[in-house]
Design a protein around this ligand. Structure first.
Ligand code: ITT
Length: 200
């Protein structure tokens, strides 16, 4: 089974490949599928933005396409940066941006945070599969770890004492928002393929 991933984020592509390959799903990047564009993410939820990316890639390729929209919600920032997680970093390094969040949270009594991931798969016949995954945790007390990407070095998942960036890709995928969302997606896709008798 093959699916095109509508993303320009190489870290996501690596993680999603590792999550889906044991489930028999081969992920093709949008650039490998000959599709090189960035859809405007002007939705108001993770799911809306994932749908915008998946639909644009599906319309460009004429094939089923899946997209991930994800981000970090920090209680002390009123749930931000949330859907703006990528734009909040902007042209800064993630180390600088993580430093700003650490400073903000240090001034608050609430260190609670979560990563969320919405997955939407759009099919040329108009069908759609939507799934979500969440991992709860806290903003840690410093920047630590070298694995993962983005905000991983400041996020300590529930039940852990060190940041998500201290986990290997396999360990992260086992508990992450993305791992949870894409394992649900794999299950939904399998049911859809059986129902539709779709070959690819
Ligand atoms: P595409 O839209 O092309 O897929 P993107 O990086 O712009 O790539 P998003 O709009 O979904 O993707 O923004 C997600 C941002 O949220 C990402 O750039 C990170 O800053 C953050 N993020 C999401 N998942 C993360 C994770 O597993 N670990 C650390 N940071 C993450």
């Amino acid at each position: 089974m093959k699916i095109i991933l509508a993303s320009n984020n190489a870290d996501k592509l690596r993680e999603i490949r590792e999550i889906l390959s044991p489930m028999g799903i081969e992920v093709i990047s949008q650039s490998e599928a000959g599709c090189r564009f960035e859809a405007e993410e002007n939705g108001t939820t993770f799911t809306e933005n994932a749908r915008i990316k998946a639909r644009a890639a599906m319309e460009a390729t004429g094939r089923p396409c899946v997209a991930d929209d994800s981000g970090l919600e920090v209680n002390a920032m009123g749930g931000g940066p949330g859907i703006y997680s990528s734009r909040f970093c902007g042209d800064r390094t993630y180390r600088e941006t993580c430093g700003e969040i650490l400073d903000l949270v240090d001034g608050s009594a609430d260190r609670g945070a979560r990563f969320k991931c919405a997955v939407v798969c759009c099919f040329p016949n108009g069908d759609e599969i939507d799934c979500e995954g969440v991992v709860e945790g806290i903003i840690g007390y410093g920047y630590e770890g070298e694995h993962g990407f983005g905000y991983d070095p400041i996020f300590v998942p529930e039940g852990h004492t060190r940041s998500m960036a201290c986990l290997t890709d396999g360990e992260k995928n086992a508990i992450s928002h993305r791992g949870r969302a894409f394992r649900r997606f794999a299950e939904e896709l399998r049911k859809y393929m059986e129902k539709e008798d779709v070959k690819e």
